[in-house]
Design a protein around this ligand. Structure first.
Ligand code: WTA
Length: 643
């Protein structure tokens, strides 16, 4: 199968907004005159004050800075709602599908506009002002989008915390950016199980003196404790709020949201995106990569707690006046046909999901898929991790009936939106490759010394120049932002990904080259899992690496050294797994724990992760040079005890 090429179907090219000639033209004009190219791209939005200049950026230490459309002002909610009211006020904006089949809600642009204005007024009534931080810890319900847009309406900065994170993880984030108000729900529903969101908020907020208000959506009606003076019900507040609220004129470079993501060291970092550049980027990439047109029903299965949910469930689709699906369930509940039945039920035309979901459903057999018609589908998408060619072929053949192109989109929390992705009417597809950069995006592959490689090559992926959707800083730590992304290869943005480029100029992402692992499309810092493990009283030391996993892409493999006198046992293994779940959240649960009397360290005490990775991968024949280890015999016992 490898080496297969899927040419653009002629009927797709004929109807597409961008065909090959147009793609080439855009790449050339972005290269020839970047300023005029980006000046024009910014016109996808309605500006309150027009910008007079597009790009003012430098990745160099001396004059480092990233500013786009900087003298323009705009409002995100006005771009996502108000500007559509005259032409598509009665069109469905959000098609909501609950955890239980049959639980649905349709909300038009006009209705969504009114709800957003109401909630903006509720926020104002609680004293939230422009620039204040508001956290959302919510299920995938319409209220999540309402709360996001309401923040943007008044210029408050939202930070969404995925509902699967523990109270401690939530509290870390609330404190890091000094959140004033939290929006949550009584409980969430996932695959028929309840998630105690409000109870988690209560535990988190107990350690966050800055949080003065909690607003609670009634999702399940489950029992919760309401704290007098602090907690209020969403529906009660909304009932008396006025349905109009003038949009605040925000500077293009004013922060829009903070989203925490895992890095290779320390605590999760608060990625800051700003108003103008981010919205331009998600608006144009949504429009072009999904070749969006009126009448499409777009379904991105990501949770709004992740960047994919921000950019391609909410902002990109709504800024384009699309109909976007919000799904509050999981792919295998009540059965493995849920995605495909829902596609038929809602008439989904564009479906965007993660390889891990595709691999999990592929294992269940084709009958679950073929029991549905999927006749409405015209385009498929993939995001979050490399898609193996086998899963790609299955997605194409079984889900898409060989009719639907697949856009494999490479991007990151930091990039705001897609950077390397096919355009369905312009790009021939190769299974497993995210194909080519979008116009105006300048990827390069560098070797370990930072030498730029040319032609077919493999190395580390950097981006040579800025694009509007790029993150601007890490909340409260601009220096760490510069150090993390711009010093490994000075003058370039370092992605943290390895990449191969083939003779046709196609990019093949090979995975992270830093201490970040990608578990089911979710980023996890190995350092975070290690810190959680060493908090356990019986653990002396821990080292965590990724291991290959058939469904998750990567699994979490933890080496644990116990304190003297503590005995290793299967029971302790289970206890430690549960411990990490509670400390961070279920997504961080180790798949394998190996008790190790010692870890391979250099004489200076540095853990040699390269060796640990190899052992976890089961690749013990080529451990490389171990002569620099303080005690080379450690390796032998690690290999013997591999899980
Ligand atoms: C990986 C998710 C290969 C990559 C949008 C990146 C991918 C990390 C792809 C970012 C893809 C994302 N092919 N790898 N199409 N998309 N990745 O921040 O390693 O959650 O650095 O953003 O996911 O994950 P994040």
């Amino acid at each position: 199968m490898t080496g297969a090429v899927y040419p653009v179907p002629p009927e797709v090219a004929a109807r597409a907004r961008i065909d090959r000639a147009e793609y080439d033209h855009r790449v050339a004009s972005a290269a020839a005159n970047p300023e005029s190219y980006w000046m024009a791209e910014g016109q996808c939005l309605d500006w309150i004050t027009p910008y007079t200049r597009a790009k003012a950026t430098s990745f160099d230490e001396g004059d480092f800075g990233i500013r786009w459309f900087a003298d323009g002002t705009l409002n995100v909610s006005a771009n996502c709602l108000d500007r559509h009211l005259a032409t598509r006020g009665d069109q469905v904006a959000i098609l909501w599908e609950g955890d239980e089949p049959g639980e649905t809600r349709r909300i038009t642009y006009r209705e969504l506009h009114a709800e957003v204005c109401r909630f903006a007024n509720v926020l104002k009534g609680r004293g939230v002002r422009r620039g204040d931080r508001v956290a959302l810890y919510l299920p995938m319900i319409v209220e999540a989008a309402v709360a996001m847009l309401a923040c943007t309406r008044i210029g408050a900065i939202h930070t969404i915390v995925f509902g699967g994170f523990s109270p401690d993880s939530l509290a870390d984030r609330l404190r890091d950016c000094d959140v004033r108000l939290v929006v949550t729900a009584d409980e969430g529903c996932r695959g028929g199980k309840r998630v105690p969101l409000k109870a988690n908020v209560d535990r988190a907020v107990a350690n966050c003196p800055g949080v003065s208000d909690v607003i609670v959506v009634r999702r399940t009606g489950g029992a919760v404790t309401m704290v007098e003076g602090r907690d209020r019900w969403w529906d009660v507040e909304m009932a008396t709020a006025a349905p109009d609220c003038a949009p605040e004129a925000m500077g293009a470079e004013d922060p829009l949201f903070i989203l925490y993501t895992s890095g290779s060291t320390g605590k999760p970092k608060g990625v800051v995106h700003t108003t103008g550049g981010y919205l331009v980027w998600v608006t144009t990439t949504f429009r072009d990569v999904f070749d969006h047109r009126d009448g499409d029903i777009f379904w991105c299965t990501a949770d709004v707690g992740w960047v994919t949910g921000h950019s391609y469930v909410v902002y990109g689709p709504l800024a384009n006046g699309a109909t976007t699906v919000m799904f509050d369930g999981v792919p295998n509940y009540p059965d493995h046909g849920r995605f495909w039945k829902t596609i038929d039920l809602l008439g989904v035309t564009i479906f965007y999901t993660a390889p891990t979901a595709i691999r999990a459903l592929m294992r269940e057999g084709e009958d679950w898929v073929t029991a549905s018609s999927r006749a409405s589908l015209r385009l498929l998408g993939s995001v979050g991790e490399p898609i193996n060619p086998e899963a790609w072929e299955w997605y194409h053949r079984v889900v898409g009936d060989r009719r639907c192109p697949i856009v494999d989109t490479w991007w990151q929390t930091e990039t705001g939106g897609m950077l390397i992705a096919p355009l369905p009417g312009a790009t021939d597809l190769k299974p497993g490759s995210a194909t080519k950069p979008l116009p105006g995006v300048l990827p390069e592959i560098v070797d370990a010394e930072g030498q730029v490689l040319s032609g077919a090559c493999e190395g580390n992926l950097v981006i040579a120049d800025s694009w509007p959707g790029q993150m601007r800083t890490l909340w409260g730590d601009h220096d760490r932002f510069f150090q993390t992304y711009f010093t490994t290869y000075p003058g370039k943005y370092f992605t943290g990904d390895g990449c191969r480029r083939d003779e046709d100029g196609y990019y093949w992402i090979t995975g992270r080259v830093d201490d970040v692992i990608n578990v089911s499309g979710h980023r996890m810092g190995t350092a975070e899992v290690e810190s959680a493990l060493v908090l356990h009283p019986k653990v002396a030391e821990a080292a965590v690496v990724g291991m290959p996993h058939d469904v998750k892409g990567q699994g979490i493999y933890a080496y644990v050294t116990l304190n003297a006198g503590e005995a290793a046992s299967d029971e302790l293994r289970q206890t430690l797994r549960a411990w990490v779940r509670t400390e961070i959240g279920p997504i961080a649960t180790p798949d394998a724990i190996q008790f190790a009397p010692g870890l391979p360290k250099t004489r200076s005490g540095k853990i040699m992760r390269r060796i640990l990775r190899k052992i976890a991968e089961g690749d013990t024949s080529s451990l490389g040079d171990i002569s620099t280890l303080a005690d080379p015999s450690v390796v032998e016992s690690l290999v013997a005890e591999r899980q």
